[in-house]
Design a protein around this ligand. Sequence first.
Ligand code: SAM
Length: 212
Amino acid sequence: MRMRKKPNLDRRLEAASDMMISDPTALRGNWGAPVALEIGCGKGRFIIGTAEADPDQRYIGIEREPGALIMAMEATKRAELGNVRFISQDASNLSEWFAPGEVKTLYLNFSDPWPKSRHAKRRLTYRSFLDMYAAVLGESGELRFKTDNAGLFEFSVEELKERGWEILYLTRDLHAENIPNIVTEYEERFSALGFKINMLRAIPPKNPPKAE
Ligand SMILES: C[S@@+](CC[C@H](N)C(=O)[O-])C[C@H]1O[C@@H](n2cnc3c(N)ncnc32)[C@H](O)[C@@H]1O
């Protein structure tokens, strides 16, 4: 998400800094109960709505774009939500922040599709990311993925199968299903344009394949 530089961004980040976990590495192995994570939480509508409905679960949003993250942090502060906090870094460092099994649910919503094949490694469902998710999710965690992008969805299904994940549920038209769904900012925008929303839930392999 490329954003115009927001006026006073540094001042606003400072004012909302109590919403931020500035040194997640220091918490590795010490999160207490397993957390729910959203990678690329953008402006935060999904994580805030999900956390409001589930107040006993701790939610962590990861977002590398400060111009989006500030909106999520300010909205969390306004809502006085004690169970949502944020990491303002790139998710490729995830395994430095969470020990195996410390993540219960990992959400990817409308991840950047990186459609050129030479950029496949940047997709958040590329196998190196999936292997890292498998490690932090441990034996009882679950990945949930939504996207309007059919190409990214089919790629992700293939990557999951290739890396030994079990797909528990899959739909190529989420809004036609009668299941609870918190709509993200991108989801609202793309479904209004007529795109169908794909969604899957998957669990990591018991015996992960060796990293390539
Ligand atoms: C297309 S937006 C979707 C935002 C939101 N999830 C939604 O559905 O409205 C993707 C977001 O993921 C963030 N992102 C992409 N790759 C990331 C990474 N490796 N680490 C952290 N954030 C990332 C981008 O900065 C962007 O805000």
